[in-house]
Design a binder for this molecule. Structure first.
Ligand code: PMP
Length: 353
């Protein structure tokens, strides 16, 4: 038997959202914050064309996509670093800063991959409890020690959907020492409608220790292809680029991401529709008597505590897969109107049971 790293014994596996099917064959997957829309025809066409090149390795520097992102956001291409999904870019960030004894601070509960990536990188997780349902940035700043190498601010936060506002973020960034990397995880940025939420891309240039993490998985509907990216000043982006496994972002993924940027207007109209549904779902839940934090992402959060598993099971019986965090609550993605209606009916039935 080979000897494995001891940390693997204590690491729970990443639990991805799974689809469920009701007894009468209905299935609505609201457990992974995916786009409810099928790919655009223009994206499928680009993928089909790219298929003729898959006997060749992809462009390792993803030059076309890097330039397209740089142009889209008005940043130099040197500020862009790509990865196979933003979770992989997050892993690269851990590779970039971790060494024995390194501490990484993040809110909890937040994106489940942070503790796993910290464990894998040999870093020590410092989890700072949410205040209510929101990042407690003051406590996070207080948690920084001389051993801290990185802080994640997930904005909007997964799974609560809550945001940190501009003034509190600025005050927080002012408190973080310059040798500590602050990662603004903006996987859900395109769904934000609150004007008082900082777009990380407007602040990173003046802050050499700030990096912005984004993804094509949610608003751009490419979860299955795995493309994410980081935008930061050159030293950070260059360090992250060094940590990528060669050819990690494949040719089809690069092509689809470029085609999605070209079709952005249409994709962002879809985001608008999801945001409208988000308002409808939240208001309907509140009318049913639930407490639902204001969400700026493509999901809602219900704090169910000890009834979480029971709730997830009740939704599953109706064919609705939600994302339960046992003992805490359930995160439910905004899906198609039909999926949302089915979820709302299940939520109402649970309340009235
Ligand atoms: N960050 C956050 C906050 C997320 O919720 C997710 C996906 N659940 C990711 C990063 C990773 O997304 P991807 O790897 O698909 O880009």
């Amino acid at each position: 038997m080979p000897r494995f790293r001891a940390i693997l014994d204590t690491m729970p596996p990443y639990k991805a959202g799974k689809a469920v099917v009701s007894a009468d064959g209905r299935s609505y997957k609201l457990s992974s914050n995916e786009s409810p829309y099928e790919p655009l025809p223009s994206v499928i066409e680009a993928i089909s064309k790219a298929a003729s090149q898959i006997h060749l390795y992809p462009d390792p520097a993803a030059t076309g996509l890097t330039n397209a992102l740089a142009e889209r956001y008005g940043v130099p291409p040197e500020h862009v670093a790509l990865g196979a999904g933003s979770v992989t870019v997050a892993q690269q960030l851990f590779e970039t800063v971790s060494e024995p004894g390194a501490e990484v601070v993040y809110a909890w509960r937040s994106f489940e991959a942070y503790p796993l990536l910290a464990d894998l990188a040999g870093a020590t997780s410092v989890r700072v409890p949410l205040l209510g349902e929101t990042h407690h940035l003051e406590a996070m700043a207080d948690a920084i020690t001389p051993r801290t190498r990185m802080v994640f601010v997930c904005n909007p936060n997964n799974p609560t959907g809550t945001v940190v506002h501009a003034a509190e973020l600025e005050a927080f960034l002012d408190r973080v020492p310059e040798d500590v990397l602050v990662v603004l995880d903006e996987a859900y940025r395109e769904y934000v409608r609150d004007a008082d939420v900082t777009d990380g891309l407007t602040v990173y240039r003046d802050r050499p220790n700030v990096a912005v993490l984004r993804t094509f998985s949610k608003a751009y509907g490419l979860a299955g292809l795995r493309v994410g990216y980081l935008i930061a000043n050159e030293p950070v982006a260059a360090a992250v680029r060094k940590t990528i496994v060669p050819f990690a972002v494949n040719h089809i993924a690069q092509t689809a991401a470029i085609a999605s940027l070209a079709a952005e207007e249409e994709l962002l109209e879809r985001v608008d529709s999801v945001v409208k549904e988000r308002t409808r779902v939240r208001e309907a839940l509140i009318a049913q008597g639930w407490t639902v934090p204001i969400t700026e992402a493509n999901f809602v959060w219900l704090r169910l505590e000890e009834r979480t598993t029971e709730f997830a099971d009740a939704c599953a019986a109706e064919g609705v897969a939600v994302r339960p965090f046992a003992g805490e609550g359930a995160r439910v993605s905004i899906g198609s109107p039909e999926a949302n209606d089915t979820f709302l009916a299940a939520a109402a039935a649970f309340r009235n049971a």
